[in-house]
Design a protein around this ligand. Structure first.
Ligand code: ATP
Length: 366
């Protein structure tokens, strides 16, 4: 019962490798076998070479790499019960009774669902002769621990997600680079940053780059924002400011719910203010490059704690997420995190932004 499967799923983020490494090393330290499940749920369903035993040296030299060396994917089959049945049989075949899932809210929701179905799936696998009654007895419990790997910092229950800090570094590097070229000439730059549902990167990025304005989904500008923006920039220019930086989150909207795009802001500055304005869409640059010190340490701490949580799990211990509260690593119930994250989205959809921000900010414990 001491075998652990570790996988990364959904969009990759910097620091995932640090987490994978820590799971392997802490697992070995505690006498566990650790298996890589390559390509996320896809590898779990496909089995074969996708599920391989890790060695101590197999995680050497990966801590400093971006992305995820064990691969990540989105997987249609795992969304169907039949796919999950095949995945369960693959785990049991290798004696895996513990899972560490590193991914976004979708991946963690899938893991939670998998765990809830586990007993029923065992019955079915036994009836169809895919497993023996001994295997069923040995695998009665599946322990699941989730780590949130996402550059968006959009998950409830943890102060920071793995990858967010590095993405912020990419944003400030880009703005700093742009600012150097812009100083020669009066200019404005509009940067589109990631965050379809969550404005964290844009908001914090704006603070860290001395931006003049930021558009985020949680805070649609009220009234005639075009005039307000132009007046502000005009006042700044009147005081001799030569460079303007405006950040737009992908999911930014106006008070009627209509998207605000970087291109639209650029047009406004060009037409109304006659400012030479350029748009930069940062895109995957934000997911790229090597992880920051913070994300290396965050991934390492969370990975180590995940193994401790798995080894502490008793039959009936609910699946948990390893999160950061203040400066401590804590275990919070996965179900509640997933549900609260859904509630945030529902509040956003209902345009109840205060509620969304309140829910997101609330950290809670078992
Ligand atoms: P990102 O932050 O990049 O969106 P994510 O983990 O939220 O990451 P998703 O594409 O939502 O990414 O989920 C990744 C995979 O997890 C899916 O392709 C699917 O295999 C599995 N998954 C997601 N939701 C569920 C679910 N409700 N039930 C079963 N599996 C799921």
């Amino acid at each position: 019962g001491n075998s652990i499967g570790v996988f990364t799923s959904g969009g990759d983020s910097q620091g995932m490798n640090a987490a994978v490494r820590a799971v392997v090393r802490m697992g070995f330290y505690l006498g566990c076998k650790v298996f890589f499940i390559r390509e996320g749920y896809q590898g779990m369903v496909d089995g074969g070479e996708n599920i391989v035993e890790a060695t101590w040296s197999s995680v050497s030299g990966i801590l400093q790499m971006g992305g995820t060396v064990i691969g990540s994917a989105r997987c249609k089959e795992f969304r169907e019960r039949n796919g999950r049945l095949i995945a369960a049989a693959n785990l049991i075949e290798r004696g895996i009774a513990n899972l560490v899932v590193i991914g976004g809210d979708g991946s963690l929701t899938g893991a939670n669902c998998f765990r809830q179905e586990w007993p029923g799936m065992l019955d079915e696998l036994l009836q169809t002769g895919k497993i023996t009654s001994q295997q069923r007895e040995d695998h009665k419990h599946l322990n699941v621990v989730g780590l949130v790997g996402s550059i968006d910092n959009d998950f409830c229950g943890t102060d920071m997600t793995i990858g967010t800090d590095t993405a912020l570094h990419r944003i400030i590097e880009a703005v700093d680079a742009i600012a150097t070229t812009a100083l020669r000439q009066v200019r404005a730059f509009v940067l589109e940053v990631m965050g379809r549902h969550c404005g964290y990167l844009a908001l914090v990025g704006a603070l860290a780059t001395e931006a003049d304005w930021v558009f985020i989904p949680e805070w649609p500008p009220e009234g005639d924002w075009r005039a307000t923006l132009c007046n502000k920039l005009a006042a700044e220019r009147g005081q001799g400011q030569r460079l303007n930086i405006i950040l737009v989150a992908e999911g930014a909207i106006d008070e009627n719910g209509k998207p605000i795009t970087a291109e639209e802001v650029k047009q406004l500055l060009c037409d109304k203010m006659k400012i030479d304005t350029r748009v930069t869409v940062l895109g995957h640059v934000q997911r790229g490059g090597s992880p920051s010190a913070f994300d290396r340490i965050l991934g390492s701490r969370m990975g180590a704690e995940a193994v401790l949580a798995l080894m502490d799990a008793k039959p009936g211990t609910p699946a948990c997420v390893i999160s950061i509260e203040g400066n401590s690593t804590v275990r919070v119930p996965l179900m509640e995190c997933v549900e609260r994250t859904k509630e945030v989205q529902a509040s956003m959809d209902k345009r109840n932004f205060d509620e969304a921000v309140r829910l997101r900010g609330k950290s809670f414990q078992n």
